[in-house]
Design a binder for this molecule. Structure first.
Ligand code: ADP
Length: 485
């Protein structure tokens, strides 16, 4: 049993139209703590029926919400923001318990999650239209920004709170209602946010959370229902493509935050200590289970030996353990399948001639703990170079010229985050130009913030989240052509 300051944040039913609901015929599903595999909670298993009801309720709730002033909406969002921060300790405990990340990271995620609510509460007030100089003397041309309609949000387990607020806050600020389907691994964080949204005073039906194990069935309703006008998704590229195809039948707008394969390029002239610190932050946060994790560390030959030595030293100092222990740097992976996949990528690299300077296997702690790993002599043929690792494994690849680094970096269908470390200003601008990525960290490994646009190119996604651009994904532009005057 999870002990919280406010036990009523621990919700185990779906949230629809302001009520906690279940579908008795579907029973319950268990939520596990990945650190010890113990059952944390039994949650009502809801499915397509609840998803349909939630959409109907959202349609009704949106009618009133979109007519309110942006300032009025901002006021309620601000209350939600305050409540998230006031309850940050409990929300972080829930997150660590169901997701496994160290408590300090959960606390940081709660602050990050809250920051989107604060930001978009303000941005909603600035959804300006335009007055356009007309093409004829007796015409007036105007644009209005209007909410896109009911939004469906499907979110992953790696950032169980932030991936919800990054979607819900701009949607709500724009005047939309939404139906959220969190990952079945981490429903408790989503439901706690819903409880706080309820307390903040959002009208019933405006925010709904459908929890369940039938991702295909629920996803089918959310992507197929004609009254959902926008689907926003964070998760795997495979499922993202599927959902885009399903959304085509009703021509829904989509936002997609999909997989990455981030190159982390370190040139000979880089500040070695900064580069190692950047890799540690980008690669090992959340046990490497982030879509902007350094996936391929490309190191120029001159700095390669020093870099490998220092990285290995830093990785060997990481403490693996239960996220609730304050000494823990890295928690467990989300489940056994994740561990098996990470291990198979490492085996494939070792079989192909790579060498493990640290780690290289599952931990003696057992369960879903994987040793923080440094692989050297990695080559582009290995799976670890081509696939998203989603684990605490740092593959190091040697390169000689800048042109080689660029070719290797762009040799992927992904295009989310990239990183470069160099002191050379002209190289910084050249690399920023030629990298086919939505985001470039330059001498910086931690790039996420609510004030900047997060998103990918190529198969990493569609749309941007956060920043002044993030609300556009939830707004339609309506053009008015007025004769006379
Ligand atoms: P991950 O590898 O991070 O688990 P997924 O893409 O499998 O990524 O999951 C992200 C979200 O998508 C989760 O909420 C999951 O339940 C949901 N999901 C998985 N498969 C489908 C599907 N076929 N249709 C709709 N949603 C899905």
């Amino acid at each position: 049993m999870l002990h919280l300051n406010d036990q009523s944040l621990l919700r185990t039913r779906a949230f629809v139209a302001g009520s906690w609901v279940e579908e008795p015929e579907l029973g319950e599903f268990s939520v596990f703590n990945p650190a010890d595999d113990k059952v944390l909670a039994s949650v009502a298993n809801t499915g397509p029926k609840t998803a349909n009801t939630a959409i109907e309720k959202a349609v009704v709730a949106m009618e009133g919400w979109k007519r309110r002033t942006a300032k009025d909406r901002a006021h309620i969002l601000r209350k939600w923001f305050d409540l998230i921060l006031t309850n940050a300790e409990d929300l972080a405990l829930i997150m660590t318990a169901e997701q496994g990340k160290p408590l300090a990271e959960s606390q940081a995620e709660i602050r990050y999650a809250a920051s989107f609510v604060e930001w978009f509460a303000e941005e909603g007030k600035r959804a300006y239209g335009d007055v356009i100089p007309a093409h004829a003397p007796d015409l007036r041309l105007l644009t209005l920004k209007q909410p896109v309609g009911v939004v469906a949000a499907i979110t992953p387990w790696n950032f169980p709170s932030a991936m919800i607020t990054r979607k819900a806050a701009p949607a709500l600020a724009a005047g939309c209602a939404l139906v959220i389907k969190p990952a079945a691994e981490t429903p408790l964080s989503a439901l706690a946010l819903a409880e706080l949204a309820h307390r903040a005073g959002f009208p019933d039906g405006l925010i709904n959370v459908v929890v369940g194990t039938d991702a295909v069935g629920i996803g089918g309703v959310l992507s197929g229902h004609p009254q959902v006008r926008k689907l926003t998704f964070t998760g795997s590229t495979r499922v993202g493509k599927l959902l885009m195809a399903q959304c085509a039948a009703t021509v829904k707008k989509t936002s997609m935050e999909l997989g990455g394969n981030a190159p982390f390029i370190i040139f000979d002239d880089a500040d070695l200590r900064a580069a190692v610190a950047g890799v540690m932050a980008s690669k090992f946060r959340n046990a490497g289970q982030t879509c902007i994790s350094a996936n391929r560390i490309l190191v120029q030959e001159g700095i390669y030996p020093d870099f490998v030595r220092e990285l290995t030293r830093a990785v060997k100092a990481l403490r693996l353990g239960d996220g609730r222990d304050p000494d823990t740097d890295i928690g467990p992976l989300i489940d056994g399948a994740a561990l098996d996949n990470v291990d198979s990528l490492v085996r494939n690299a070792l079989d192909g001639g790579a060498m493990a300077m640290a780690g290289g296997q599952a931990s003696v702690l057992g369960g879903q703990f994987y040793e923080p790993t440094v692989l050297v002599d990695v080559t582009p043929e290995m799976r670890v170079f081509r696939e998203e690792i989603f684990g605490p494994v740092a593959p190091v690849v040697r390169f000689s010229s800048e042109a080689d680094a660029i070719a290797m970096a762009n040799d992927t269908s992904a295009g989310l985050a990239s990183y470069i470390y160099t002191q050379n200003v002209s190289r910084i601008f050249h690399m920023a130009d030629v990298l086919d990525y939505g985001m470039v960290g330059i001498n910086e490994g931690m790039i996420s913030t609510e004030v900047a646009p997060f998103g990918g190119m190529k198969e990493s996604g569609v749309g941007r989240e956060g920043s002044k651009y993030g609300i556009d994904d939830y707004l339609e532009i309506k053009y008015l052509c007025i004769r006379g005057g």
